[in-house]
Design a protein around this ligand. Structure first.
Ligand SMILES: [Zn+2]
Length: 357
């Protein structure tokens, strides 16, 4: 799809959004909602059906990650097929991006981590979305920005500054994207050096300070481990791993540059002194991890990679990885036990039904 096509589509969506927001009640009654089925002809947004048993991968990945370097967490796992990735990158201006490694033996099996998302099976109704005023900014974002939800294709995020930005295995940030409002939150870290990974975007930093204060009030001494990570840093980690381990092993523990949520400046990994400052899944069973799971949404954060949803996110369980997405959306995701991917696919299904786009 050309840039002009994308622009035209975005413009059309924007126009139709006005009708959606002004007359959604009418639309809901006039059109009987039947969210699109996975694999339907107008889909192209669902993840293709794949195997799901990833228990062994999850455990080994977790161990690998923490043994190698506590600062490299397992959200670095990547399932993208380099051949498909190259194909997609060829279709857009790639002058600002480094070519990714290619390999004929890219048989990591990470395709198998992803399951399809069926928007009709999420326990959501159109009214839950359309009548929740707090979700309107997200709705507008998803009408304006086109994300990719189909395995085998890689989407390119053009508007990375939104707090709703989706950076995952199927959507990557520009190589030169650096948030322009990075600050160092006033929270304790497990190290004292002034490193880039102490930083978060300003809005996320403010709310992270509130979260840390509330945790402290509850008797929990959280420690920051890793926040913002530049494209260059991620590329260095990835390339170093490729050199030492090979591509296949690397794709199990290290995100490809552009695909790490840490590049958004909205994510922070937290750890504890009692864990030796490591990023380990046992945090999820500890009082601190349980507190985070039940309270993070009040400050606008979600546990981005839940234990039950590794086949949806494609990432191992990471009770330490907090993602800022705003209090309203975080609370909705918490209340309905969703992942970002599931919520976005559901809203996309509503948009497609109403706009035909
Ligand atoms: Zn993380």
């Amino acid at each position: 799809m050309s840039v002009s096509d994308n622009f035209l589509e975005a413009f059309m969506k924007k126009t139709i959004l006005l009708f959606l927001l002004l007359g959604y009640a009418f639309l809901l009654t006039a059109c009987e909602f039947t969210p699109i089925e996975p694999g339907s002809s107008n889909g192209g947004r669902q993840l293709e059906n794949t195997a799901t048993d990833n228990t062994d991968d999850t455990e080994s990945t977790d161990t690998n990650s923490t043994d190698v370097d506590a600062s490299i967490d397992t959200d670095n796992v990547d399932i993208a097929d380099v051949n498909d990735l190259d194909k997609v990158l060829d279709q857009v201006d790639s002058s600002d991006r480094e070519p990714l490694p290619t390999s004929s033996d890219n048989t990591t099996g990470y395709h198998d981590l992803l399951s399809p998302i069926d928007p009709t099976q999420l326990g959501l109704t159109p009214e839950m979305i359309m009548e929740n005023q707090g979700l309107l900014p997200l709705l507008e974002h998803l009408i304006t920005v086109q994300y990719n939800y189909t395995y085998g294709e890689i989407g390119y995020v053009e508007e990375a500054d939104s707090i709703y930005v989706l950076s995952n295995k199927l959507n990557h940030l520009p190589a030169d994207y650096v948030p322009n409002d990075l600050v160092e939150p006033d929270i304790p870290f497990y190290f004292s050096e002034a490193l880039e990974k102490k930083k978060l975007r300003s809005e996320a930093a403010i709310h992270m300070e509130e979260l840390f204060a509330a945790a402290s009030e509850a008797g929990f001494n959280l420690l920051g481990a890793s926040g913002y990570r530049s494209y260059a840093t991620q590329k260095g980690i990835y390339d170093n791993n490729v050199a030492n381990r090979g591509l296949v092993a690397t794709d199990k523990v290290s995100a490809r540059p552009g695909h790490s949520e840490h590049q958004t400046g909205l994510a922070l990994d937290v750890t504890l002194e009692s864990l030796g400052y490591r990023l380990v899944s046992t945090l999820g069973e500890m009082d601190e991890g349980l507190w985070l799971k039940e309270n993070a949404h009040q400050y606008g954060f979600i546990i981005r990679y839940p234990k039950e949803d590794t086949s949806i996110t494609g990432y191992s369980y990471e009770p330490w990885h907090l993602r800022y997405i705003g209090q309203e959306v975080a609370t909705f995701i918490y209340t309905h036990e969703l992942t970002v991917e599931e919520l976005y696919v559901y809203i996309e299904s509503l948009i497609e039904k109403n706009t035909g786009l």
